[in-house]
Design a protein around this ligand. Structure first.
Ligand code: PLP
Length: 425
C-alpha cells in the first residue's frame, strides 16, 4: 500500500537485483562455504590470480593528480583535452582523414559509456518511439531506453543463412525492421555494440560492417524525412583486433562514393571503464560525426545541457588522468603495452575455451574479442543451474548463457567447458 502511494508507476516495475550481480553473489557464497568455485559471472577483467586487472599507468596518473583536478567540477560538457581524446578513442587516426573530408566531430563527456547511451536515448528519438537493437544485447540497454520513455525492437544477432559473403550481420532482418520503423517513426536509431560484443564476444567482419552501414545509409536516403542515428557502442573496442573498424568502414565507404544524407548521424558511445580500468571513475563520452558543423555544435550543446540536467558534470579526475596518459607519448606507449598484456589474457582464455568447447562438442557462439563468450540456449537458467553442480558460476540471460572469460583464470577454463558439457548432458 505504501509503495503504491509513494512510488510512481515506472518506479514500481523496477524489481529484483540485477541477474549478473545475483549470480556473482552465488559465486561468492560458494567461496565463503570453502568451495573451489569458478567465477564466470562478472564483467570486469581479472588477472589469473583473481585480482582486478588494473592498468598501472592510468592508476599512477590518478595518484599524481593535482588537488584541483580531484576536487573541482569539470566543465559541464567535459575538459577540452578530454573531448579531444574521446574523438581519438572513437576514431583513431582516421579522425584526421574524416576532418580532411570536411566532417565535423563533436563530443560530450559522460559518466561512462552508460552516460553516453543515456544522452542518446534522451535526445535522438521522440517519446514512444523504438530503438533498434540486436536480439542479444547488454541488458541495461532496456533500462536506459525505457527510462527515457522509449521502447525497442530487435533484429537477429546472426543471420540464419549466410549470404552475400556476410558472416555476422543479418542484412535481411536489419533492413526489414529498419523499414518498419521508418514507416512509423519520424526518427530512427540503432545501437550496435561492436566490436567485442557483450554478451557474446562477437565482432562483425569488415564486410559485415560495410553492408550494415550501407543498408543504414540507403534507408536514410530512401526516407529523407526520417532522422537516422547509428550509434556504435564501443565499450570494449580497445580489446578488439580492429579497435577502429567502424571508422575504417566509414572512411572506406566514403572513398567508394558513399553519399552522406543530412538526415544521417553516426555516434560512438565511448567508455574508459574497461580500456583504462577506471570502472568506478565513471568516464566516457558521446562522440558524433556529421558533415554539418552547425549541427555538431548544436548536438554538443544539447548534450551538455542534458548532462547538466541529469548528472551535472562528469568526473574530472577520470578525464584528467586519461589525458595525462595520452598527452605524453611515453605514457601513451606504456598504457598501450599494458592494454596489450591485458588483451593477451583475454586472447589466451578465449583460445583455450574455443578449443575445449570444440573438443567437447559444445556449440558455443562465434566469439572473437573482448570480455565474454556465449552459449545460445532456450533454457539458460537450467544450464547455469546445472553448472553450479560443478561449482562453475555463469550468467543465464535471455536466450543463452554468458561466460565471463574476463574473470576466469586460464587454468580454470577447462572446468567451464566441462561443466557446460555436463549441463548440456
Ligand atoms: C555493452 C556495454 N556498453 C556500455 C557499457 C558501459 O559501461 P560504463 O558505463 O561502465 O562505461 C558496458 C559496461 O559493462 C557494456 O557492457
Amino acid at each position: 500500500m505504501a509503495e503504491r502511494l509513494l512510488i510512481n508507476k515506472s518506479g514500481s516495475v523496477k524489481k529484483g537485483s540485477d541477474t549478473i550481480f545475483a549470480w556473482w553473489a552465488r559465486y561468492q557464497e560458494a567461496v565463503s562455504q570453502g568451495r573451489n568455485a569458478v567465477n564466470g559471472t562478472i564483467g570486469a577483467l581479472l588477472e589469473d590470480d583473481g585480482n582486478l586487472a588494473i592498468n598501472k599507468i592510468v592508476d599512477s596518473e590518478i595518484r599524481k593528480a593535482p588537488e584541483n583536478d580531484i576536487a573541482s567540477y569539470a566543465p559541464l560538457s567535459g575538459l577540452p583535452d578530454f573531448l579531444d581524446l574521446a574523438k581519438s578513442l572513437a576514431l583513431g587516426e582516421i579522425r584526421d582523414e574524416l576532418l580532411d573530408l570536411g566532417f565535423s566531430i563533436g563530443a560530450t563527456a559522460s559518466p561512462g559509456g552508460s552516460g553516453a547511451l543515456y544522452l542518446a536515448a534522451n535526445n535522438f528519438l521522440e517519446p514512444g518511439q523504438d530503438v533498434l537493437l540486436r536480439d542479444r544485447h547488454w541488458k541495461p540497454y532496456s533500462g536506459f531506453i525505457q527510462n527515457n520513455g522509449l521502447g525497442f525492437v530487435t533484429w537477429p544477432l546472426l543471420p540464419q543463412n549466410k549470404s552475400e559473403g556476410l558472416e555476422y550481420f543479418d542484412k535481411a532482418g536489419f533492413e526489414l525492421m529498419l523499414q518498419q520503423l521508418c514507416n512509423n517513426q519520424s526518427k530512427v536509431m540503432t545501437w550496435i555494440n561492436d566490436p567485442a560484443h557483450n554478451p557474446t564476444g562477437l565482432s562483425m567482419t569488415s564486410g559485415d560492417r560495410y553492408q550494415c552501414l550501407n543498408s543504414f545509409v540507403e534507408s536514410a536516403v530512401n526516407n529523407a524525412d526520417v532522422g537516422h542515428t547509428l550509434l556504435i557502442d564501443s565499450a570494449y573496442s580497445l580489446y578488439a583486433d580492429e579497435p577502429f573498424g567502424w571508422a575504417e568502414t566509414i572512411l572506406e565507404s566514403l572513398k567508394s562514393g558513399l553519399f552522406w544524407p543530412e538526415n544521417l548521424l553516426i555516434c560512438f558511445a565511448i567508455s574508459l571503464s574497461k580500456s583504462h580500468t577506471i570502472y568506478g571513475l565513471r568516464t566516457g563520452a558521446l562522440v558524433s560525426l556529421h558533415p554539418d558543423e552547425d549541427l555538431i555544435e548544436r548536438i554538443n550543446s544539447v548534450m551538455g545541457v542534458t548532462a547538466r540536467q541529469t548528472w551535472s558534470a562528469t568526473s574530472r579526475l577520470g578525464q584528467y588522468s586519461a589525458c595525462a596518459v595520452h598527452n605524453s607519448e611515453d605514457l601513451g606507449k606504456k598504457w598501450s603495452k599494458e592494454r596489450d598484456r591485458l588483451s593477451g589474457l583475454l586472447y589466451s582464455r578465449r583460445k583455450k575455451f574455443i578449443s575445449e568447447c570444440k573438443s567437447l562438442g559444445i556449440p558455443v557462439n562465434p566469439t572473437m574479442d573482448g570480455f565474454f563468450a556465449w552459449l545460445e540456449h532456450d533454457e539458460p537458467e537450467k544450464i547455469a543451474e546445472k553448472c553450479t553442480d560443478k561449482d562453475v558460476y555463469l550468467v543465464p540471460l535471455q536466450g543463452g548463457i554468458r561466460i565471463g572469460l574476463c574473470a576466469i583464470p586460464e587454468e580454470q577454463i577447462s572446468r567451464v567447458a566441462e561443466a557446460l558439457a555436463y549441463a548440456l548432458g
